[in-house]
Design a protein around this ligand. Structure first.
Ligand SMILES: CC(C)(COP(=O)(O)OP(=O)(O)OC[C@H]1O[C@@H](n2cnc3c(N)ncnc32)[C@H](O)[C@@H]1OP(=O)(O)O)[C@@H](O)C(=O)NCCC(=O)NCCS
Length: 212
């Protein structure tokens, strides 16, 4: 297992590209959330940056905090969903509107026909209760209502069993496979297969990631 992790971190990582059609999602449970659970969009511009950071700090680990906090300035492109158990924030996920074609995000080059869902996070004690599925469904509902022309896409590492299970539990299907070729831990080439056929490859240093 450790060897596999090492190989993935240093040489080659496999990821799945998930998407889901509206007709495959059962939205009934987001209209009847458990009593104590609330899932809502967070109005980023209405908060101060300090409050925004404090909120995220309650959910995500320190390694993610600065990256997510920098989205305060990029809030035109980001939407943030928060799950609360009572008053306590217990999970988050994000929607990223792709601003232009050939846009690099998370080592994958997207076109504007994509809309990204991602950075799913549920705090440890609240995992396995279906909270992520509910948050993703809520995000999908927003996308189907507001971005009918876009394909909702999320990228999950092959080794992330809980995220894969959660995604499949929503009705999402793998429609592509992405390999990241690495050198000294850095992703240098990204290769994309669809229906087991080579589709595209990108040398990553040629693209600049401007949104984090
Ligand atoms: C991935 C993550 C968001 C899932 O949140 P969650 O609220 O626990 O997800 P859900 O409860 O909706 O679904 C989890 C599913 O995985 C299953 N699961 C959880 N851990 C598992 C494991 N180690 N092995 C197999 N299945 C597992 C659960 O049983 C559940 O499946 P089920 O609905 O068929 O029972 C959460 O684990 C997390 O925050 N992980 C760390 C960050 C991360 O990896 N984010 C994903 C990036 S793509």
């Amino acid at each position: 297992m450790k060897l596999k992790r090492f190989f993935e971190e240093y040489f080659l990582k496999k990821r799945y590209i998930f998407s889901v059609a509206e007709r495959d999602v059962d939205f009934s449970d987001i209209n009847h959330l458990p009593d104590n659970l609330k899932i809502s969009f967070y109005n980023i511009p209405s908060a101060s940056k300090e409050n925004f950071k404090d909120l995220l700090k309650q959910i995500v680990p320190d390694v993610l905090l600065e990256r997510y906090t920098s989205r305060y300035e990029q809030n035109k492109n980001w939407k943030l969903l928060i799950a609360y158990s009572g008053e306590k924030p217990v999970g988050c996920n994000w929607i990223l509107e792709i601003p232009d074609n050939s846009f690099l995000f998370d080592s994958f080059v997207h076109n504007t026909d994509h809309i990204l869902l991602g950075n799913f996070f549920v705090i440890q004690d609240f995992r396995g209760k279906g909270i992520n599925k509910l948050m993703v469904k809520k995000a999908l509902k927003y996308i189907y209502e507001n971005h009918k022309d876009k394909i909702p896409v999320f990228i999950v590492e092959k080794s992330n069993t809980s995220s894969i299970k959660s995604s499949e539990g929503i009705g999402a299907r793998i429609y592509g496979v992405n390999y990241l070729v690495k050198f000294l831990k850095r992703n240098i080439i990204s290769i994309y297969f669809q229906n087991e056929k080579f589709e595209k490859a990108w040398v990553l240093h040629r693209y600049k990631q401007t949104i984090f």
